[in-house]
Design a binder for this molecule. Structure first.
Ligand SMILES: [Zn+2]
Length: 121
């Protein structure tokens, strides 16, 4: 995600994933964020095709993991191992999802917060 104002990276991945990025919770839910370099108020308008590549890569990775470690084989090791296996799969999926969204987000500067309506794109 590149800031359209200063042309630098608007937010690092940990900042994107773990913080509200300088806006209130309500603004964050509307898809708003502040650039970490220039402080411009930004909004995600759409996602580039990279998102589809990330989704495909995630799917391929999951297929490999499932093929390598079948649940049947893990079951003999106990329920805890099976549980950890599913937790790991969920973490991988969420991780790829967050990374893909972060990488592919195309931003636009918001000039008037009051008039901007949340758009699902
Ligand atoms: Zn900026």
């Amino acid at each position: 995600m590149q800031c359209p104002v200063c042309k630098q990276r608007a937010s690092s991945l940990p900042r994107y994933a773990l913080s509200l990025q300088g806006v209130s919770l309500r603004q964050s839910l509307l898809g708003l964020l502040k650039c970490e370099h220039c402080g411009a108020l930004l909004r995600t308008v759409r996602y580039s095709n990279n998102l589809w590549f990330a989704a495909m890569a995630g799917l391929a990775l999951l297929t490999i993991v499932v093929a390598l470690f079948s649940v049947e084989r893990l079951r003999s090791l106990g329920n805890l191992v099976v549980l950890l296996y599913w937790v790991l799969l969920v973490i991988i999926v969420i991780g790829i999802y967050v990374y893909g969204i972060w990488k592919a987000a195309i931003l636009e500067q918001v000039t008037d917060v009051q008039e901007s309506k949340p758009t699902i794109s």
